[in-house]
Design a protein around this ligand. Structure first.
Ligand SMILES: [Cu+2]
Length: 220
């Protein structure tokens, strides 16, 4: 980097949950399955609302609305979606168009990976994955928010894969923080999407320094 190199500008912020979310749901059908239930001493629950002690909210997809045709996905490392304990790990993730998604089976039981896109151009697929079997690779060519992955053997298993046609997105972490890195100067709408809480947007202008934009999502 030379002295005159343009400074990378990031859009950073925190997501906060306002209100008390509904109670998470125990995976009772998982426990009733002899193979899957044997992997747990206590019943696991959903984590639809990954909220911290100060209401910080994880698993929110933050992106620059309508920015397309900028994918760097083909040159990015693959993203892994695992099946572990008869659940998808993680259940919320994001990739770029053209970026490889690798689905693993870390369990000693069979899974059936059923990908159900709704955007034309993203193919549906349905593949059995044996324990110890080879990884399954996916790529998608169209942007899609919360594309559904499910397991046809275990009807409680879901993952939600968001696909972006640019590198300008991220998933909020356990502290509710997000960073969208290296954003070129310009005016943007920043969009925050949560599977259960819906969408919020904020307009920002990126000039010559980092921009902070915080979101509060309300429990409906
Ligand atoms: Cu399964």
């Amino acid at each position: 980097m030379g002295a005159f190199a343009a400074r990378a500008t990031d859009i950073i912020g925190t997501i906060t949950l306002n209100g008390t979310p509904p109670a998470e749901v125990p995976y009772t059908p998982l426990m009733n399955d002899s193979t899957c239930g044997a992997m747990y001493k206590t019943v696991p629950t959903t984590h639809f609302y990954a909220v911290g002690p100060n209401h910080e909210l994880a698993d929110v997809i933050v992106s620059l609305k309508g920015v397309t045709g900028k994918s760097t996905g083909a040159s990015q490392p693959p993203v892994t979606l695992d099946q572990k304990g008869c659940l998808y790990v993680p259940q919320i993730l994001a990739i770029q168009t053209g970026q490889k998604l690798v689905v693993k089976n870390s369990d000693s039981c069979i899974h059936n990976v059923h990908c159900v896109p709704v955007v034309t151009g993203n193919p549906e697929s349905n593949q059995v994955q044996m324990p110890g079997g080879p990884d399954l690779d996916y790529t998608f060519s169209k942007p899609e928010l919360f594309m559904k992955f499910k397991c046809d053997v275990h009807p409680w298993m879901f993952a939600w894969v968001s696909v972006f046609d640019s590198p300008y997105y991220c998933v909020s972490d356990k502290d509710g923080k997000f960073i969208i890195k290296n954003v070129p100067p310009g005016k943007y709408t920043v969009e925050a999407d949560h599977r259960k809480l819906g969408t919020a947007t904020r307009d920002v202008e990126v000039k010559d320094g980092d921009v902070t934009v915080n979101f509060t999502l309300d429990v409906k």
